[in-house]
Design a protein around this ligand. Structure first.
Ligand code: XMP
Length: 308
């Protein structure tokens, strides 16, 4: 059983020894793994750790402000709005793997520019045990990352041996807010994997609003801790509807809410029907472009949790 205060002390000592008075950088997403890693590293090397929040334009409603508000007093934080760069490169792209590839490439380019400006020699990453155990390709604990334009960073992974529940315990011990510790996972490529077909600013806005409504209503119902993830997907399907007396032709939004332990498998539980109806009514009333809401009832396998 992990003793969180011993772990924190050893982790801080370890990073002090490894990084010394050099500079390090971390990509802070606002998820629990990168948040815990950032705070640990900053306790070890202070402002020589620069935490970078990259806004790719596909984050949740209010996310950039939330991350800034939560971490500005705890970390040396830089927030980079790179949304135009990401959205330009994603224009007209429908294929999910292509979207992921582009987002990964642009992310690395943006990150390398910041790392160079900062003069970073180390990259702190929030890798946890399942990340490297499952991807059998990368089991080395000491390695470097060569970035595309020549910068090479030495990787430091403070929570590499921990599982998610242990990361949460350490996060609590570090005094991180419960909201960060118990947050549902949000995929790196963000809303790009929840928008089927080409991504446009209009579709991002629809998807973002629908996701905010799902989050609000699930929290209002008080079942957020029992679900692994709960979100809305904007499909590329148009459905006839009627709003007022006028026939309309709008988008189909799918609600996805699953229970899971590790995302390897997942199942859709019986959900409170009034909550589902309230979400559907709010989405169609508050987002004029949506005419139809449906509920996904498929488990993983055979479906994946995300739609793309
Ligand atoms: P799937 O859709 O494969 O998702 O059942 C399993 C878990 O992984 C998350 N996910 C991602 N996370 N980058 C990420 O950082 C990705 O490209 C990505 N795709 C899926 C998903 O949210 C779920 O928790």
């Amino acid at each position: 059983m992990l003793n969180p205060s011993d772990f924190i002390q050893e982790s801080i000592e370890g990073m002090k020894n490894t990084i010394g008075d050099k500079k390090a950088i971390i990509a802070l997403s606002g998820g629990v793994d990168s948040s815990v890693s950032s705070v640990l590293a900053s306790k070890a090397i202070g402002d020589n750790l620069v935490a970078v929040f990259v806004d790719h334009g596909l984050v949740r409603e209010g996310e950039a402000e939330y991350v800034e508000k939560t971490f500005q007093d705890r970390l040396n934080l830089i927030s980079v709005d790179a949304s135009e760069e990401f959205l330009d490169r994603l224009e007209g792209v429908s294929d999910p793997e292509e979207k992921r590839k582009i987002i990964g490439e642009v992310f690395i380019n943006v990150f390398e520019r910041v790392a160079e400006d900062v003069g970073a020699e180390y990259l702190v990453q929030g890798t946890i045990a399942p990340d490297w155990i499952e991807s059998q390709g990368n089991i080395k604990s000491h390695h470097n990352l060569a970035l595309p334009h020549g910068l090479v960073l030495e990787i430091v992974e403070p929570i590499r041996e921990l599982y998610k529940d242990e990361v949460r315990i350490v996060g609590s011990e570090l005094g991180l807010p419960d909201e960060i510790i118990n947050r549902q996972p949000f995929p790196g490529p963000g809303l790009a994997v929840r928008i089927v077909g080409p991504i446009t600013p209009e579709k991002i806005e629809i998807c973002r609003k629908a996701n905010a409504i799902v989050e609000e209503e699930v929290k209002k119902e008080g079942i957020e801790d029992s679900l692994w993830q709960y979100f809305a997907v904007l499909t590329n399907t148009r459905v006839t509807g009627v709003k007022g007396d006028i026939r309309d032709y709008g988008y189909l939004v799918v609600l996805r809410m699953v229970e899971s332990l590790d995302a390897m498998t997942a199942h859709v539980p019986e959900l409170p029907w009034p909550m589902i109806k309230a979400i559907s009514q709010r989405i169609t009333a508050e987002i004029p472009e949506v005419t139809h809401v449906s509920l996904s009832v498929s488990d993983k396998p055979p479906s994946t949790i995300e739609f793309a």
